[in-house]
Structures are given as structure tokens and as C-alpha cells.
Design a protein around this ligand. Sequence first.
Ligand code: SME
Length: 163
Amino acid sequence: MFDTTSLAHLPKPAQYEALATQAHALMAGEHNLIANAANLSALVMSSLPDLNWAGFYLYDGTELVLGPFQGKPACLRIALNLGVCGKAATTGQTQLVPDVHAFPGHIACDAASRSELVVPLLQHGKLLGVWDVDSPVLNRFDAIDQTGMQALCKIFLSSLLPE
Ligand code: SME
């Protein structure tokens, strides 16, 4: 099958270039949301250093419901007015949180998490869900991660549409 290796030895921009290429290859010809979401979670978690959670929450029309992910079991449902995920979903803006303890209302699914990045997923302007990555390292994510994760989310969203 598809072999993933740690990209930790590469500079960050190169990590995301490699991930984008791999994500394209993994999702080529497949439009199933669950299948592609599961594989993107596995790809990112097995490739990037210092992550303890990577995955999806999907909007069910009322709240965010846990989707495919890698990491410890997580909160099942997140109301739209709660947490970093809820903020990303309601604002439509990526949330880069250097210190989760300093984010009012942060939901600690894994007590080890210290920083977090959440990208909203919008399909034709409608909320599909959010992509969430957590790290046990304070200040793990920066603008390069934000741009890189947003690019991966774009590849994921495009994969769901027929060619
Ligand atoms: N920390 C998130 C909840 C999801 S877990 O991190 C997997 C939040 O505050 O919305």
C-alpha cells in the first residue's frame, strides 16, 4: 500500500510540500469523505513530529461530531459555541492556539495537548466540519503550519467533488 515515513528531518515548508504530494496521491480517484478523511489523518499523524491528535469533526447540522482521527479517543460532540473547534466553525477562520491553557473555553480531550491548530472546512460556503491537530508541545504551530494545513484541507475538499 502507501508507505508513510516521518518528515521530521525536513524543514517545515518541505514537510508540507511532501504531504501535499502524498495527499493528492492518496485521494486520487476517491470521493468518499470517510475514506479520505481517515487516510489524511493517518498520513499527517504518521509524518509530522510532535502531534498527539489529528482528525476531523463533522458538522451534522446542529453541532460538530467526531469523525475519522488518529490519537487518543476524543470528545464525541462539540457545540458550535464551544472550544477551539467551535470557534473555527462559527467564524470560518483558522484558529492557531499557541497555548491551549490560555484559550478561554478550550476543550481538553487529551490532557497532554498544549497547542492546537483548527481549520474550518467549507464546501460551497457551507460548513462541512473542521480539521484539528493537537500537540503536546507549547507553541508547536506557526504560520507555515497554518498555510500547510489549509492547503491539505483544500486537497481534501477537492477530493470530495467529482472530477
Ligand atoms: N481541543 C478541541 C477539542 C477537540 S480535541 O482537541 C481532539 C477544542 O477545544 O475544540
